[in-house]
Ligand binder design. Structure first.
Ligand code: S3P
Length: 169
């Protein structure tokens, strides 16, 4: 059974949607960020501040290569996971990759009160979101399926994914 892989920018709703989707499908949920935190025994903020983003990305890559051998999983990626071409290739090999798309405005509103994302702990998070979103757009668009999440509840998004998966099966 192929995996279902959720990608998209921070705040697009990947984690919440992945949980609900895994539950609806009776499939096992795997969060790449959670695996990194578990393996390292520290938060993502701590990893970034002590060893930097490059180190974080190397652990992220290790985890992706391990879990992409799994079967029938719902995989919740970090926002930057698919910037690495090998990560994308691993995830696509046995997975339907779904891009949860959101506008910069939506992302800003969804992320402004959370402080666990080092890349957005900057003076002007709105500008940072716009900058990163335009750089990352082409990577996210490599997904098999794109779902717009603006002005939708998590439940709406899950329903939309389930419908799309049914149609493609
Ligand atoms: C990142 C997104 C985060 C986490 C890390 C880096 C990114 O995951 O992996 O802070 O580069 O966009 P979420 O998208 O789940 O917040």
């Amino acid at each position: 059974m192929t995996n279902i892989v959720l990608i998209g920018f921070m705040g697009a709703g990947k984690t919440a949607v992945a949980k609900k989707l895994a539950h609806a499908l009776g499939q096992k949920l795997v969060s790449i960020d959670e695996q990194i935190v578990e393996q390292e025994g520290r938060s993502i903020n701590e990893i970034f501040s002590t060893q930097g983003e490059k180190y974080f990305r190397s652990i992220e890559k290790q985890i992706v290569s391990q879990i992409s051998h799994g079967d029938g999983l719902v995989i919740d990626c970090g926002g930057g996971t698919v910037l690495d071409a090998e990560n994308m290739a691993h995830l696509k090999r046995n997975g339907t990759v779904i891009y949860l798309k959101a506008s910069a405005k939506t992302i800003f509103h969804r992320t402004k009160n959370a402080h666990h994302r080092p890349l957005l702990n900057v003076q002007d998070p709105q500008a940072k979101i716009e900058e990163l979103l335009s750089l990352r757009g082409p990577f996210y668009q490599q997904a098999d399926l794109v779902i717009n999440t603006d002005e939708k509840t998590e439940k709406d998004v899950v329903q939309e994914i389930l419908k799309a998966l049914e149609k493609n099966s």
